[in-house]
Design a protein around this ligand. Structure first.
Ligand code: SF4
Length: 456
């Protein structure tokens, strides 16, 4: 999410997570000033709550979509949005915010906390200007845009919905017990809501008020409309006050974007990497670690020239990487100073069979031990890095990773995990046990491949 990470207020007061007096403990600025438009143009609460049925509904009960509706004031004041605000003001967690609730309960840093840290000064006013029924008269200040599903990767935990690259091969995978084997729909072939005249008219109206603009995908660096949106912001005169952020796999970053970044007040890159070296390439197929490390080194070397204020590696912790995430920590700590040398970790929730909770007890115990040692080791190494508050903060997420892994037992899904993983291995000519030798102990759970089931 962009808003959670980027507001200018944070630059000199990095991630103060203190509660603001008078603000209910479940309140989040998102339902007041944020617009999240998903890959297919779906209007949703925020990207963090995606799995929790967070489509914004019109007053007729139908989900809203950017294909045919772009009016911000209407969207902000639907009964659905008003109800979310009223719940937060009453000190209750809306059901859509389960992931933030769980993260805070596990000792991690939630997106809600980061958002509120960024907007701490405006929170009292947001509350004061909310009518009793939840109505507000606010402008969207923060936009999170997913410009379709065009992507250059087909990561193991992803699907055709988020990656056009997957659409081609999705039906070749044996998903095991039908889990995750959604048929390919027109949506998976990509929505083009961002090519409609209505979308651009609305975006031009939004641009003068925007403080935060975030792109994710698909892969935003390969979508030409990302560059067009930057030009709209520059032409509106607001870019210099704006924080521009990306979730990107950094396989490629266009030179034109790097040129345009200097017109923006603040540019931040959140690089999605899930491991170091060959394991990252295995998870994030068909990336090549050489390209990724070259991009990261380019961002480090040209940090000021590209007008960057933050480069943060974000990793989704899942069954594939929980035992080896330490290598990524070591790589960052040894080679980088401007790039934040500790990754931000979040737990993978879906698909369920990729959760860390699927590991058997002995591998969970080994992972716990490694993660605890990693925290201590990194703390010691960080003492040589002065003033990197965010790096220290990221270390806290290791506690949340351990808590999440141990909070539920889904070992019964091991055969499904292995069936899916080995099916992907077969058509990609990869080998789970080669990249993760510690998974040898899982062989006994592997179902025998049935050639009738596997449409390779
Ligand atoms: S509390 Fe979390 S899930 Fe809910 S709106 Fe805020 S960031 Fe999104």
């Amino acid at each position: 999410m962009g808003l959670a990470e980027n507001h200018n207020e944070q630059k000199n007061n990095d991630y103060e997570l203190k509660r603001v007096e008078g603000v209910p403990p479940t309140l989040c600025a998102i339902p007041w000033n944020h617009r999240f438009t998903n890959i297919g143009g779906e209007i949703q609460l925020c990207c963090v709550s995606e799995e929790f049925g967070n489509r914004v509904l019109g007053d007729d009960g139908r989900p809203l979509n950017m294909d045919h509706l772009q009016d911000d004031e209407f969207i902000l004041n639907t009964r659905w949005m008003k109800d979310v605000r009223r719940e937060m003001l009453a000190g209750r967690w809306p059901k859509y915010c389960e992931r933030c609730r769980q993260t805070e309960k596990g000792g991690g840093v939630s997106s809600r906390q980061l958002v509120n840290a960024a907007y701490s000064r405006s929170l009292p006013n947001l509350i004061k200007n909310t009518q009793i029924d939840g109505t507000i008269n606010a402008k969207v200040e923060s936009v999170d845009l997913r410009l379709g599903n065009q992507c250059n990767l087909a990561c193991r935990m992803c699907s055709p919905r988020s990656s056009s690259r997957w659409a081609r091969d999705w039906m070749k995978v044996d998903h095991g017990n039908g889990v995750g084997a959604d048929p390919i729909t027109p949506l998976h072939r990509g929505s083009r809501y961002f090519e409609t005249q209505g979308f651009w008219e609305n975006f031009k109206k939004q641009a003068p008020h925007l403080k935060d603009l975030h792109f994710a995908g698909g892969e935003p660096m390969i979508v030409p409309q990302m560059i067009e949106a930057l030009k709209v912001c520059i032409d509106s005169g607001s870019a210099k006050n704006m924080c521009l952020t990306y979730n990107s796999n950094i396989v490629t970053i266009p030179d034109e974007a790097k040129e345009l970044w200097r017109y923006f007040g603040d540019v931040r890159i959140f690089a999605s990497l899930d491991a170091f070296g060959p394991l990252n390439d295995y998870i994030r197929h068909p990336s090549r670690w050489a390209d990724i490390s070259q991009s990261l080194e380019d961002l480090e070397a040209n940090f000021d020239q590209y007008h960057l204020s933050q480069v943060l590696v974000k990793s989704t912790v899942q069954i594939y990487n929980v035992t080896q995430i330490g290598d990524l920590f070591d790589y960052l700590l040894e080679g980088f100073k401007r790039v934040i040398p500790v990754p931000h970790l979040t737990n993978l929730y879906h698909p369920l069979y990729y959760r860390t909770q699927v590991l058997p007890r002995e591998l969970k115990a080994a992972a716990r031990e490694q993660l605890s040692q990693l925290k201590e080791r990194t703390k010691r190494k960080l003492s040589g890095h002065s003033g990197n508050h965010r790096a220290h903060l990221n270390l806290n997420s290791l506690d949340d990773i351990i808590h999440f892994m141990e909070s539920e037992d889904h070992q019964a899904l091991l055969p499904t995990f292995l069936r899916v993983a080995l099916s992907k291995d077969r058509y990609r000519e990869e080998n789970l046990f080669k990249v993760l030798p510690e998974f040898e102990v899982l062989r006994r759970y592997a179902p025998q491949p049935n050639p009738v089931d596997i449409a390779t």
